[in-house]
Design a protein around this ligand. Sequence first.
Ligand code: MN
Ligand code: MN
Length: 365
Amino acid sequence: MNQRIQKLQAWMKENGIEVSFITSSENVFYLSGFFTNPHERLLGLAVFQQEDPFLVCPGMEVNDVKSSGWNQEIIGYSDIDNPWELVHTSIQKRVNRVRNAAIEKEHMNVERYEHLSALFPDAAFVSAEEKLRKLRMIKDAKELKIIEEACALADYAIEVGCSEIKEGRTELDVLNAVEYALKQKGVTEMSFSTMVLTGANAASPHGNPGSTKIQKGDLVLFDLGVVVDRYCSDITRTVAYGDINDKQKEIYDTVLKAQAAAVQASRPGVTAAEVDLTARRIISDAGYGEYFPHRLGHGLGISVHEYPSMTETNQLVIEEGMVYTIEPGIYVPNVAGVRIEDDIYITADGANVLTKFPKELQIIR
Ligand code: MN
Ligand code: MN
């Protein structure tokens, strides 16, 4: 059995859990190595303390599961089968009584939960999420290598974006050029919808790109990420188109100072809260505290948002092997929106910055 499943099994033994039934694509992938988006169809990985696990999936994907390297039982079902009956039989073959079953409570919907609880009426259902988040939080060397590759492509995307800023171009024009260039490099998926925001639009942390034309004197904010082998990168850079005013510059310099300080503060042994507050204090001291309305960052991996959550109250201790973003921002309506985001990897010595596009203000002429 692979090490990840073994770690889950150890946790199940400690907690008297006879079966974990994992149904999110991300966690099934993390544990089994097989990724699919099953849409409304059932995908599930059943893990037991001792007995062999099995994977249940749409029948048409059985061959893909095999070629992914999964060498345990696969239960394929057709569109006219009832997959829950198959799941029930296969679990009962392995354990005769289920008292505690672990599921992903945040992921499983009510309809599925009702199926499972009808099949195992004596079972108490506990959450598997906290354990899986902790496992996924510490990346191994192989995962790091993939994330590094995803970050290098994100750097490239920003470079393309900067070269596409020209008189008369809209946010969507630049966005299209960036994604076109990435597809030519073989990228098939972005971590989330790419953001190119300019002028007043950039003052919304989660704005939508549209037909706004980029004008001289505007700041342009790029926020994007690239998926490589199921792992995400996530970068934000804010650049100037032509000369910007002193207020915009002051805001940029404040965000940059806060961002760099939080990178510097990131090392094993500090808390997530300390890292967040390192940046937040700099922004507050400059008088922009109320314009930094979100957490400092988030863990990154198979999901674009995972643990650790870098908030000002999270007492979680930073450890070697974590990958997270540092992305302070200041958004002053009608003045400027600036965010700078890096992805970092924690080593024994501190932060290794994976996104490498320059952070000093880039002025596009
Ligand atoms: Mn981002
Ligand atoms: Mn982010």
